[in-house]
Design a protein around this ligand. Structure first.
Ligand code: NAP
Length: 484
């Protein structure tokens, strides 16, 4: 098969930090089609060799150290080409048309890794240039807009140029091996399904915590915030994966139909829940792993009086027969105590105690997404005091480390997703109606924050966020996983 992978934003941060390393790994593993060209697009004036040198210089030593054989990067670099193009200039697209026409490929992937303000123009111009035929696929990076209206406008522009089966909306969390294993755990094993419901589950917690601050992306982040950056997409996609009904088969639309139902079943916001079930925070100065860190407002690119949230914790419910009344807690933030993305399923305690059970002890399933990738099942077992059997139960843990089990060379999220685009597999990509439902649900929060004008609650860098997040969950009689 022959492939042209056109990378709009070919010199950008995402391209050299994530996409090129992922393509290099796919090349090393022999999973790229034999006749592949990777075409970087940006406004710089450079030739193929200069582009290859740029990518080589930006590759970290970590990537290059993974090379089993000398010269492997050079063989990969031979696939790289560069076409200068200003995406806002309609006349420039002819250069891309000319380049692709030199060797018509069986599959063409247009990966749009530029600001979303360019998405509409790119789609219109690709269609005008005839680069939207059925062998062309388009990949769109988040964020697809900054609210429901802008998201719809982009989706409509995309729809005018491409059919839905040509469109691959990336949410790279879905490409993580642990998220795919969550689908396997739920729909490939019969063990948990009878337990996976309100009768047995006390609450579910989804945490995406970063210990890093905004790094060099202060000005981007200040116009975005944690709700748009993490909750609207990644956290809600994880919520869908954990809460959806079993799909009728493993095809993309069967899976996406079920995810959409979850998004549509989320309890609508009310005046009460907007104040009682949401905590918004912003990091102040603090200490992370022994090092002093500055406040968000002192980060480069961030406004001195910024009211952008770097932390959100919220409580919601999925209003259907399986989940009615079960709280789902979502939490994400920057400069928190640890880098940890996980889903914690807290089961209800045994209904009748014949042993001494430590207060609050119950079974728990933890799905670790990062930095570890695996499953923990927390059980209770009879402890021992000296040579005598104790009547008290003690917590024990079954621990499955997927990295150790399957090797550290597992396919990374971007590599997995790029290979799926090349193969035309849509299962791990988000449909436009899912995105719109997610925006519709988060928008009342954005509106309420804007109307109130209040600043987010400050939390010290290196902690688990504002204490109000603990108070929120404590009102339900629960606690965050690290607190109990
Ligand atoms: P970036 O570092 O600013 O790179 C932007 C790229 O687009 C550059 O290659 C730039 O090259 C090119 N570009 C900008 N305007 C152009 C134009 N008019 N014509 C042609 N090329 C143009 O941005 P990024 O961080 O890579 O992010 C790209 C997109 O991915 C954004 O929407 C971002 O939100 C999203 N994203 C990024 C990350 C990440 O980790 N970086 C993660 C998830 C999503 P020239 O300026 O030289 O033309």
């Amino acid at each position: 098969m022959s492939l042209d992978l056109v990378l709009f934003g070919g010199t950008g941060d995402l391209a050299w930090r994530k996409l090129m390393p992922a393509l290099f790994q796919a090349f090393r593993h022999g999973t790229l089609p034999a006749q592949t060209r990777i075409v970087g697009i940006a406004r710089d004036d450079m030739d193929d060799d200069a582009y290859r040198a740029l990518i080589r210089a930006r590759f970290t030593q970590v990537e290059l150290d993974k090379q089993p054989a000398q010269g492997e990067f050079d063989r990969f670099a031979a696939l790289l080409h560069f076409v200068r193009l200003d995406l806002s200039q309609t006349g420039d697209y002819a250069r891309l048309v000319g380049f692709l026409a030199q060797r018509p490929a069986q599959t063409v992937v247009m990966y749009v890794a530029t600001a979303p303000t360019l998405f509409t123009t790119v789609c219109e111009q690709l269609a005008a240039a005839g680069l939207n035929k059925s062998h062309v696929r388009i990949v769109l990076e988040k964020p697809l807009g900054h609210d429901l209206a802008s998201n719809r406008a982009i989706n409509e522009a995309v729809r005018r140029a491409f059919s839905e089966r040509q469109v691959f909306r990336i949410d790279h969390y879905l490409g993580k091996p642990s998220v795919q294993n969550l689908f396997a755990l739920r729909f490939g094993n019969a063990l948990f399904e009878p337990l996976w419901r309100r009768e047995n589950i006390a609450n579910i917690q989804i945490t995406i915590a970063e210990d890093l601050g905004v790094e060099k992306r202060g000005s981007f982040y200040d116009g975005t915030g944690a709700l748009r950056d993490m909750v609207q997409n990644h956290a809600l996609q994880l919520l869908c994966a954990i809460g959806m009904e079993p799909p009728i088969n493993a095809h993309a639309d069967a899976i996406r139909d079920e995810k959409l139902k979850v998004l549509r079943s989320l309890t609508p916001w009310t005046e009460h829940t907007l104040t009682q079930h949401v905590v918004r925070g912003q990091y102040a100065a603090g200490t992370v792993q022994g090092a002093a860190v500055v406040a968000y407002r002192d980060e480069p690119g961030v406004a001195a009086q910024s009211v952008t949230e770097t932390f959100v914790a919220l409580r919601t419910e999925i209003a259907n027969w399986r989940w009615a009344g079960v709280p789902f807690y979502l939490r994400t933030g920057k400069r928190l105590a640890a880098r940890d993305a996980s889903i914690v399923v807290n089961f209800r305690p045994a209904p009748h105690a014949i042993f001494d059970v430590p207060a609050g002890a119950a079974n728990r399933l933890v799905i670790n997404l990062q930095p570890r990738d695996g499953l923990e099942l927390h059980l209770l077992a009879l402890g021992q005091s000296g040579r005598r059997q104790s009547a008290a139960l003690a917590p024990v843990q079954l621990d499955l480390d997927f990295d150790r089990r399957f090797g550290a060379e597992r396919v990374g999220a971007y590599e997995r997703l790029l290979l799926d685009v090349i193969d035309g597999r849509l299962n791990l990509f988000v449909r436009s109606d899912e995105q719109e439902a997610a925006w519709r649900w988060v928008e009342p929060l954005l509106d309420a924050w804007k109307a109130s004008g209040d600043a987010p609650r400050a939390y010290a860098g290196g902690t688990w966020g504002p204490s109000a997040a603990s108070a929120m969950i404590a009102r339900d009689g629960h606690c965050w996983a690290e607190e109990c």
